[in-house]
Design a protein around this ligand. Sequence first.
Ligand SMILES: [Zn+2]
Length: 316
Amino acid sequence: MENIKKLMRNFDVISYLESRNIAVTESGKNVGKGWIGIQCMFCPDSGNHLGIRLKENTFSCFKCKTSGSVLSLIKEVDGIDFKKAKEILPLFQKDTFFYEDEEKDPIIEIEKNDNILPREFKKIIKGEEPLSVKKYFKRRKFPLQYAQKYQAGYCRMGKYAYHMILPIFMYKKLVSFIAVDLLGTSKLKYVFCPNEIALVNKSDLVYGFDEIKNADKIYIVEGVTDKWRVGKNAIALLTNKCSTSLLLKIKSVIKSTCKIIVLLDIDAKRNAEQLASEIKSIFFSNEVLFIEIEKKDHAKDPDLFGKKQLKFIHNL
Ligand SMILES: [Zn+2]
């Protein structure tokens, strides 16, 4: 019993909340010193009124007055019972604390959930696109309808605040997502769904996979917007390393006579050779065309292709 108390006191509540995509306010309105604030899940709160006192790891909501221990918080956040909540404690311990394992391995596998989208995810509805989404599409010269076509969503709050969320489907199942930073506030323009949440790892992902079933011709590009630009029959690899099993999956859904056109960014040249030989070895029975984008083409990325260039590659 003593052990549980220790684990509760040393529980790294911030890391835990972040792992659950819950936005944490560390200072400002409603947040006192030594406290952090989050949106209360016990009442219709919109102002981070649920305060967590870091020293004691206890919480109370200034609005609905619900209070309790960190265990009750975990119970509520994860939607689990006390017994299961206790099992979460050893997973998020502060560095200074060493867990004395009496039994061995306190590691508990968290079951992956089918609902992998951030909890703040809202589908972008036609006519109700947030301004930053509209600007993004305009700046990149994409039709606004692509938001619906590609089932994009938007987060106004949380870990992915002001990000557009692009779900990635494979075999009609939502397996991962990419978050696009619309305001340029985060370090990275694109953020992947973390591996511990995603149902498929990055190197095994391809964007647009379900659209190439029985295709006669496919374009392999890099990155989601390249896929958007090239359009029909284009799929995007999402890392510069692509697994053999992924290429085999692609091969299994296209026609045996399918023509493969590979369009790689200039920047990616170094990886291009390795990728090209892998593609050649998997698709040895197909016609494979590698299109190198030259400097004189102006656009160094398929994403920036103009009408003429698009027409050229569509006629290949
Ligand atoms: Zn409350």
